[in-house]
Design a protein around this ligand. Structure first.
Ligand code: BES
Ligand code: MN
Ligand code: ZN
Length: 511
């Protein structure tokens, strides 16, 4: 998708479809609502362009267009405009309108218009509230989010050739060309990286083995100028990563320890941000095998790893002055004659011994060694992302990433960024009570903590390997995969946490 910036009057933009935002100014107070008074809408187009306002006047006065969220009205040959179509998309109440709403509007515009065969669109940045740069960023990110489809292997795939998706997106702004252009350029990097992550997650496990995942990381690293090393079983054993190897030993596919380094000239020695991702390219559960129902979904158990690969790509292109190391522990979790068994004891890289109670609790095992290795490489702050537990889905559903941390101030900085990025995340506890559940009678730790509080006991296990390093754990099991399509995003890999992590890394050095 090519992105242009136009500082022309919106009515003069020649395009197949001009997209404008309709908001609702009306606000009944609570007392009026309690009396049962209906909230009458007062819709208006969020632009000062008189011709757009005029073109929309009739559908607004007829009550057809009310401005409610994602409501869509498509007008052909709008009088007074050079555009062939005017697509009005609702953004809800004007007072509450945010970048997150605008991102969805842009995604919905792309999805609905490309389905109609439209290839060139222009979006009028809404006036009032958001700054031009924030609005432009939201529109471009949203357009990338909406542009992605997961139907890669359908023979009649709609986007097989590029000509079947949106080719050019024109951002129509009013002023400050350089700020808008900068926002657009950054958003394009973020959007591309986000979709790179999603394309990795979307692949089935026969086409996304640990080796293939590592090849993608290497190729990407070469393209953007990152150092990237990929290690196999020998190095994993040499590093004494007994927890990681315990999972990998059951598979015929060789594991991959992927290490991507961003070390820009002029960056201070410290801090060094470590990003550690769970890269289970398929999770059968191992000897503690999972039920058949829904097992196909476990191809997305490498989403945490793919997240970190996409984030490293964006960091390399956005060039913040801070060192970042990305580590992905990639392997399958398979049952076989070589597989680890319940009751086995593994010695992790840190020296801690672990009793394997359930071979399906494998993510924490590979991450234990990934976190330890990140510390050994000099990381002063750690963030991991993992589709770690079904329990986090029970706790938070599909709506929020579960966040855990051993450091309130590090967490606080991250939470600020994720809120700004508009990604829903919710902190859950990781206190010592949960660690008590993870103590083994034969070894230092066991890898499961019983039925209740499973997201927190898994986090408590990881915390033992972050030790005293400030650490954040993102459990994305419920959020990395969209179960249903939405107007602004396809069903399939969501790319959750990618935007927050990119923004966080870019701000990290600067405080
Ligand atoms: N990969 C799964 C967690 C998962 C569940 C991811 C649902 C995405 C959707 C993880 O490896 C796992 O199997 N966890 C077990 C842990 C249990 C055995 C302690 C779980 O959550 O059931
Ligand atoms: Mn598992
Ligand atoms: Zn897993």
């Amino acid at each position: 998708m090519k992105i242009n910036l136009a500082l022309t009057a919106p009515d003069q933009v020649e395009t197949e479809a001009l997209v404008a935002v309709v908001l609702d100014r009306a606000e009944k107070d609570r007392a009026e609502k309690d009396r049962g008074e209906k909230d009458k809408t007062e819709a208006f187009v969020a632009t000062s362009d008189k011709n757009i306002q005029e073109a929309a006047a009739e559908v607004i006065s007829s009550g057809e267009t009310t401005g409610k969220n994602l409501e869509s009205t498509l007008l052909h040959r709008p009088a007074g405009l050079k555009a062939k179509r005017l697509l009005l998309l609702g953004g809800g109440k004007a007072k509450k309108f945010s970048a997150a709403d605008l991102r969805k509007i842009a995604g919905a515009a792309v999805r609905s218009l490309k389905a109609k065969g439209v290839r060139n669109i222009a979006v009028v940045l809404p006036e009032g509230g958001l700054s031009g740069a924030d609005a432009a960023k939201a529109v471009v990110e949203g357009a990338f989010i909406g542009g992605f489809d997961s139907d890669t292997y359908k023979s009649e795939r709609k986007d097989k050739n590029k000509s079947q998706s949106i080719e050019t997106l024109t951002i129509v702004g009013s002023s400050d060309q350089s700020a808008l252009q900068k926002a657009i350029d950054e958003a394009q990097i973020i959007g591309d990286s986000l979709n790179f992550t999603r394309s990795l997650v979307n692949e089935p496990s026969n086409r996304m083995t640990p080796t293939v995942l590592a090849d993608h990381a290497k190729k990407m690293s070469q393209e953007v100028g990152l150092k990237c090393e990929v290690y196999g079983a020998d190095k994993i054993k040499e590093l004494k990563m007994g927890a990681f190897w315990g999972v990998a030993q059951g598979s015929d596919e060789p594991p991959a320890l992927i290490v991507m380094r961003y070390e820009p000239a002029g960056a201070p020695e410290k801090p060094v941000l470590g990003l550690v991702g769970k890269g289970i390219t398929f999770d059968t559960g191992g000897i503690s095998i999972k039920p058949a129902d829904g097992m196909e979904k476990m191809k997305y158990d490498m989403a945490g790893g793919a997240t970190m690969i996409g984030v490293m790509r964006a960091i390399a292109l956005l060039k913040p002055k801070v060192k970042v190391i990305g580590i992905v522990c990639a392997t399958e979790n398979m049952p076989s004659g070589k597989a680890q068994k319940p009751g086995d004891i593994q010695t992790a890289m840190s020296g801690k011994t672990i009793e394997i109670i359930n071979t399906d609790a494998e993510g924490r095992l590979v991450l234990a060694d990934g976190l330890c290795y990140a510390r050994q490489l000099g990381c002063t702050h750690l963030i991991d992302a993992a589709t770690l537990t079904g329990a986090v889905v029970v706790a938070l559903g599909y709506a929020n990433v579960g966040v855990f941390s051993n450091d309130d101030s590090f967490y606080g900085r991250f939470a600020q960024t994720s809120t700004k990025a508009g990604e829903n995340m919710w902190r859950l506890p990781v206190t010592d009570d949960y660690l008590d559940l993870m103590r083994s009678s034969i070894a230092d730790l066991q890898n499961t903590g019983g039925r209740w509080g499973g997201a927190s006991s898994a986090a408590a296990f990881l915390r033992e390997f972050a030790e005293d390093t400030p650490w954040i754990h993102l459990d994305i099991a419920g959020t990395a995969w969209m179960e249903d399509q939405k107007p602004w995003i396809a069903k399939g890999p969501s790319g959750v946490a990618v935007r927050s992590l990119i923004e966080f890394a870019c701000n990290f050095g600067q405080e």
